[in-house]
Design a protein around this ligand. Sequence first.
Ligand code: GLA
Ligand code: ZN
Length: 670
Amino acid sequence: MSNKFKRILYGGDYNPNQWSKDIWKEDMRIFRDARINSATINVFSWAKLQPSEEEYCFDELDEVVDMLSQDGYDIVLATSTAALPAWMFKKYPEVARTDYQGRHHKFGQRHNACPNSAVYQKYASALVERLARRYADNRHVTCWHINNEYGGACYCENCEKAFRVWLRNKYKTIDELNRAWNLEFWGHTVYEWDEIVLPNALGDGMEDGVNTAFAGLSIDYCRFNSDSLLNNFKMERDIIRRYHKDALITTNLMGTYKGLDYFKWAKEMDIVSWDNYPSYNTPWSYIAMCHDLMRGLKGEPFMLMEQTPSQQNWQPYNSLKRPGQMRAQSYQTIAHGADTIQFFQLRRSAGGCEKFHGAVIAHAGTENTRVFREVKQLGEELEGLGTSTLGSVNQAEVGIVFDWDNYWGLEYTSGPSVDLTYVKQIHQYYKYFYDNNIGVDMIPYDGDFGKYKVIVAPVLYMVKEGMKEALEMFVKNGGVLITTYMSGIVDQSDNVYLGGYPGPLRELAGVWVEEIDALAPEQFNEVVFEDGTKNRCGIVCDIMHLEHAQCVATYGMDFYAGTPAAARNQYGQGSTWYLGSSMDEGGIAKVLEMAVKEAGVAPVLGDGNGLEVTCRKAEGCRYYFVMNFRDKAQEVPASLAGHQNLLTGREVKAGEQMRKFDVRIVKVDD
Ligand code: GLA
Ligand code: ZN
């Protein structure tokens, strides 16, 4: 158990610089009432902190820090480097990014600094140095929040030059690079490093931004861009560390955001934090998966850095969170490993594009609102929980592999189907475990497989060095591996493993895939199980031969009717289950149920059906989080009767009804 906080941080983004001082006082009073104990400040204040190239001014920030310190806040201090002052663009246009279409940007927006601009790096460092020197000794600064939601990409000349250096380090010789990207194709062979061009719309990227002529090049660019932004993060982190030795340093991530290899990032962060903004129709299982992924990045509890108390502004339809929903969603976040609950934001802006974004204090300016009352109720409850759940460990016997190289690779590849999108694919397998309250860790491709009974590696398109051996070892020793179509196809540079799909996994899966059919949305096939039951399948259909594997289901239609659609292969002490087509929910459930049964995996609670249940283990006890996200009322699991519900202090009674958005946190002693 690692416990990084002394209490559950409860608060959020606070921008008092947008308001006059009399409002600040009122804010403090209202926040106190809601048991808010933390504020994230200084996220977008660079222009104020540095009005010109020569001048810095920290007066206002000093006042905010003093005010919060006096009230005993845990301050999450941001570095303000995510939005640059206008003077910088005017004097040094290179700090702006060049976009995919090749247009060089001007002052405006945010999250738009060229990561390889030496000018940006110089001024960001100078600012962070001053902030660190000034505030490192304040014991109320609990956490440093670097920049904000790193993301996007730059295609400027500075980046192009830096990319060539990055490639030289990776490939050493130009021959090796030509080989890796298979540049003989279309006669794209290069002879000098400076002939290499960034993969944007003007080069080998396709106009649409989705496709590319050379996936090897484009994937390397994704890796490079992720590294470039990560270097920006590390630059700031190292400065802060010099002044604040034991600082907790983070930056807010964005769940399944495609642009950055978060597993690589997390290694550089002291704690993972992330911003959770589902829309009105995002499945609960998808939100749960994002939390599990964020926990999985370091295999540790994380911070919820942002969520809206109710409404957003940037989605097409910004519905209100229904009564009780924000509370239930906050507990779902803790249930999956969060140790903080923070909002964007504490007071709603009067102007700018986020004026309709929900906040703890609405435009009405008072605490007399539904949203405030719900924030206050949650604040009181979290205060009541104290430190009990902090640092406790989520229980999981199943690991699902999530890998950014595969994300990029699968989606860059041209054919066989545009409908093969990475996150959607991973989610449909995750959902089975979610629906059955089976704890899952989202793990990297080089994770510690030995900790799990089941490893699920859907669409494992790219098999990188070491992965084949690690998976073979896992299965040989008795593990159960579940993998699918579009796995084992390419190496780290997107070149196909010759000799038949699924390449390096062929021995393990005991199948040879000869052809891959693609089905349009209006088309489908069927999988027929041994007991005669049928389910629909589509997107792709592997036409395969069993080598050592046994058939689990066959196709029901088309010229490959009767041939295997899913197979199980005994390998050493364990087995591999291979799904040759994207089955409907029922089909996936049938295969996974067999695999899970064979592996002896159990749900965290046997009788939680219809409710969401997770388990966090602390010393001497376990906390069961039970939530109802369905419209129908359900009975609390009977096995929890007689144990204490931490939210009320009372014992859970058998037969107790849980309505939609009801929550129990039940403590069970070991
Ligand atoms: C992001 C940003 C915040 C704010 C919110 C609005 O998460 O980090 O600054 O713009 O979105 O939802
Ligand atoms: Zn650039």
